[in-house]
Design a protein around this ligand. Sequence first.
Ligand code: PA5
Length: 430
Amino acid sequence: MIELDMSNVWGEFSLPQLLETEQEVFAAHKLLAEGKGPGNDYIGWLELPTAEDTAEMVRIKRAAERIRENSDVLVVIGIGGSYLGPRAAIELLKGQNHNLMNDDPQIFFAGNNLSTRAWQELCRLLEDKDFSINIISKSGTTTEPAIATRALRWMLERKYGTEKARARTYVTTDPENGALRQMANEEGWESFIIPPDVGGRYSVLTAVGLLPMAVAGIDISALMAGAAEAQKALDIRSFENPAWQYAAIRNLMYRHGKALELLCTYEPDAKMLGGWWQQLFGESEGKDGKGLFPVTAEFTADLHSLGQMIQEGQRNLFETVIRFAPPERKTAIEVDWKDLDGLNYLEGRTLDFVEEQAYLGTLSAHVDGGVPVIPISFGPVCEKTLGELFYFFELSCGISAYMLGVNPFNQPGVEYYKRNMFHLLGKPGY
Ligand code: PA5
């Protein structure tokens, strides 16, 4: 289960100061759970793991099987939560290089940028490949995925003809409203639901994440079971709850002058998970002139780039470290009788042992350097652990944002760049 280690935060504030926030955390959790806080139309994600719609799960699995049978590639079209959630899950569980393995269909992502080079590369990758598309968008009018949808649906039609292209087009959107719902209804595309009370960055445990994951060969029932366990375990209203601990510590760090939260992992396959976390906390909390700026680092690689800044730069950050349980299959360090690199002292040691020492050494170095570190331990990398992790961070984020006094479920600031872009593009009405 999830465990948060608080032993390195006491240089910033005291245990009594943490306990003083109890009423506040309780009130924030209550507001969230009872749907009485700002943005309360968007708390459907709280119950998703246990309110799992079995019929929808069966349809997701059937569609995934069909795609696995008739497609070399699934192109997932989406941006924000519709992109980061599925990609984070697939890369963590199947590996960053999953597309180079031959066991499952390749998963490519489109509609998350406006890069001509990225588009042309995707076209080359799709040449001679059988593919299907999964368009994910609540509104259906977000510029990046809408442009990619136009291009890919015509590409499908040119390759397979209208009828067969229809059978290769899957949509995940609002059950009733929005342009994509209308398109799905008019075109007869198979469609899955983003519940109206679940916003983009809280949608990974809906068809948004589950369909691409299932196509990639991930056991989505095990993932949902993990999330359901977390939903139950994290419902306690006391400081035993790691979501309470994390929400309270983040807020105290912020109140004590910290400006940045650095999420670190020692797992390269968790890079996109960092992106998912960054959107979750950044879009939920960064408003009304408030909020910790969420940044990510991948250790040990980034110790050789950001390490200097963390150790001796501005003292305005703290670290949250995701720790997965050690792998069951070990890899031994090789022996070399010449020992020119001086590594023979590690003879008989395993790679994960070295990684653990790097982690412990980094932790104490950063704490000594004035950077508080909050390690959060999860189980081994697997579906169940990831389900727990998704739910843990979503719940912590909701509580933390209410403690901060902001609405976690809107993103008014994102509209600014869009308005300017639409004006420059000459969109009618802008
Ligand atoms: O969290 C959110 O709601 C946003 O980041 C959206 O996911 C993103 O803007 C995409 O929106 P849509 O699903 O309407 O295409």
